[in-house]
Ligand binder design. Sequence first.
Ligand code: SF4
Length: 381
Amino acid sequence: MGRDEVLKTFEGVVSDPLGSIKEYKEKEKKPVVGYFCTYTPEEMIHAAGAIPFRIIGENKAVERADGHLQSYSCSLIRTGLDLALLGKLDFVDGTVFPHTCDSIQRLSDIWKVNAKIDYHADVVLPVKLNTESAKKYLIEELGAFRKSLDEHFSTTVSDKKLRESIKVYNEMRDNLSRLYRIKNEAPKSITARDVNNCVKAAMYMPVEEHNRLMAELLADLDKGAKDEDAPRVIFSGNLCVFPEILDFVEKAGAYVVGDDMCTGYRYFVTNVDEKKGDDLGPIEAIADRIIKRPICAAKHNPDFDRGEFLKSLAREVKAEGVVFLFLKFCDPHSFDYPRLMKSLDEVKIPHILIETEMDNPALGQLRTRIEAFVEMIRDNR
Ligand code: SF4
């Protein structure tokens, strides 16, 4: 398969995640386990013989979930619950809720009662990540998750299976890291929308198939594509559910050369240390990754400053502007926003804030604002 066919396959998966995962389930004869957040240890679900599948809801008006949730909950939560209440997740064999933001935690309670999906697991991760006791607790919590997978799926998530799963997930993360490096060095070689499709497809399809397709894509990208001297922009926030926003940036004549998003870089940036997995056990190695990865706004680690991280990312990829992209009513990201803004102001990197709701994107207005932002960066050069 050449570059275009691979990208078309990923686009097909991302534009219809539910239809695609149902087909994969049928083909691979494996259970599907849905999850809500990138802190979910996918390797463990994979080692239990299931296909992990990220639930991101749908870009459409909420029909039933508002009977259970306040309308000021974020649309990830509202549209996700809607999928379950409308019976669109009936094919899913289980759901996993990692302990992250308050909304995801409380959704778990509502889900347990109303979604009627067989297997339900809360993985209660520590909020503060930098203490010895947090690590000890996390290892125990992951051990309990392993036990519940064993019991429900009548399997044994052995250390051997976990090590194998860690390998295939590390391969997926390495592939996406290589793709980001290529986009950074030769931004014209692939569009930001296609890069984002590659990341999201990893959340929606069997990882082995993703690895196979990514190897073909990486071998067939024109890394020498001549780039124009265009403004370079990065994104920061939670979810990018409207790829049109990435198109607007690139059609306005800038390149998207990186991000700190949970549908982007934060999903794949840190590998599980395989050597540690061999020496100390795979559960400890997975715990280590959760602690070491760049944190999301819903987590706390005094040793990790999100503002410094954003500044150094901007420096590394030579970004000249930052687009903050949040789902409306996301408390953790909104609380972090003033601090992040201040960090960028210190180094005079211009930024813009875009808040979207999945059922109401107002794309026309967004296009105008993005065009003006890119124009401003160009004028400042
Ligand atoms: S923004 Fe944070 S809490 Fe929300 S889904 Fe992403 S990683 Fe999880």
